[in-house]
Design a protein around this ligand. Structure first.
Ligand SMILES: Cc1ncc(COP(=O)(O)O)c(C=O)c1O
Length: 410
């Protein structure tokens, strides 16, 4: 076959012949690592070596997909068409169920033509950035925030401009800051509830952001992946306030289906055709059996709300049980399943703190620099999506760790 390397060529490569020119690796591929996953890799290695690790590093539910989804998957696998591609925007029954979900949860009715099923929300970001922005465009990014937004933007040649959303801003993006910039951004990316801070925007704040973006010609992307995971708050969709935003969501968090890789976008009319062409060429379709099975998840709210109640209990255990110094400057934690805790009383280097905690007490947490390269050295993110017993154990071990550091410093 013509594409196969010839034996002669392989031999010459073995002899160490130098190529005429160095093979190229794109500069834009030199992305920073996603530290949460690096910590998870180390923690998993230690667990495999027999260490008793408490995992607070990973942002994924410890529970599995609802039973009804697993059963629907078995049914989907019996149907021959389920083995093939779907159309790029996904199977119609799932898009219809998604449209109904918006009516039920938010009293808004998107058209199925505007709904695109994606391979998790992660590919939805790629589709959003590629369809709405050109190389060099600026996108304001509330910081601290989910690191993959920034890293993916860098990979696509976009400029992520940090928009402070730290303690001085009440952990939320302030529109006034952008008005002071020499140039307005082309886009604004928001997430409510936010990872890592758990900030939930009030409806009035969300409405104001949508209005501002529409007035200033700034394309809004609203990551709503943590909807359904709120503690005494309510998170509305940006779709209720603007027709121009790109809404992104996923089955990964509330629906407890991270590995199923099903997400979705609600697209403004002007981006339907561009996103469809990109999706056809980049991914063809999301996995068809998973799409068909996912439909059942929307009727499992009792089971899924029970998971959320457990996260709420886990949250309370951490809020009561962690050293007070870590909680005083912590972010609000009103949604998602993260506590962005302040470690500045114990260390000025979150990476060293996280490594020490893993090595010394076998508790895995994510250093804040993953979410905020400038100020994240003062914070670590603790995920409370895991088992309730683990939360008690984590508090005990973290107390022991910080006490030991205190006595070392004395
Ligand atoms: C804020 C946020 N958005 C998006 C994602 C990606 O989720 P997925 O690709 O599984 O839908 C995550 C994952 O942790 C996240 O925290």
């Amino acid at each position: 076959m013509s594409e196969m390397p010839q034996k002669k060529e392989i031999k010459s490569a073995k002899k160490g012949l130098k190529p005429k020119k160095e093979l190229k690796i794109a500069k834009r591929s030199a992305l920073p690592p996603f530290l949460a996953l690096e910590v998870m890799r180390k923690a998993t290695e230690l667990a495999q070596a027999g260490e008793d690790i408490v995992h607070l590093e990973v942002g994924q539910p410890s529970s599995s997909a609802p039973d009804a989804v697993n059963r629907a998957m078995m049914e989907a696998l019996k149907k021959t068409p389920a083995h093939g591609y779907s159309v790029a925007f996904g199977v119609l029954p799932l898009r219809e169920r998604l449209a109904r979900h918006y009516a039920e949860w938010y009293d808004v009715r998107p058209h199925t033509d505007n709904i695109a099923v994606t391979v998790g929300s992660s590919t939805a970001f790629a589709l959003a950035f590629l369809s709405a922005f050109d190389v060099g465009d600026k996108i304001a990014l509330p910081t601290p925030g989910y690191p993959a937004y920034r890293n993916l933007m860098q990979g696509l040649g976009l400029q992520a401009v940090p928009l402070a959303a730290g303690p001085e801003q009440g952990w939320r993006p302030m529109l006034a800051e952008m008005e002071n910039w020499a140039e307005l951004p082309d886009g604004l990316m928001i997430a409510s509830p936010s990872n890592p801070t758990g900030t939930v925007l009030e409806d009035s704040e969300l409405a104001e952001i949508c209005r501002w973006c529409d007035q200033h010609g700034v394309r809004l992307i609203s990551d709503e992946i943590y909807h359904g995971l709120v503690y005494g708050k309510r998170a509305d969709t940006a779709l209720n306030y603007t027709k121009n935003a790109i809404i992104v969501n996923s089955m990964s968090k509330y629906f407890s289906m991270t590995g199923w890789r099903i997400g979705w976008m609600i697209l403004p009319d002007d981006l339907v055709a561009p996103v469809e062409k990109l999706a056809q060429n980049l991914f063809i379709s999301a996995p068809t059996p998973n799409q068909l099975a996912a439909i059942a998840a929307f009727d499992c709210t009792d089971e899924l709300d029970a998971h959320c109640q457990r996260y709420g209990q886990n949250r309370d255990i951490l809020m009561k049980g962690l050293p007070a110094a870590m909680l005083g400057g912590a972010a609000p934690c009103d949604g998602a399943f993260y506590l962005y805790a302040d470690i500045s009383a114990f260390s000025d280097n979150a990476l060293v703190f996280a490594e020490g905690l893993l090595a010394g007490e076998q508790v895995a947490v994510t250093p804040g620099i993953d979410f905020d390269p400038d100020n994240g050295h003062r914070y670590v993110r603790l995920s409370f999506a895991g088992r309730t017993d683990d939360m008690h154990e984590a508090c005990k071990r973290i107390h022991r760790f910080v006490e030991a550091r205190r006595s070392d410093a004395a």
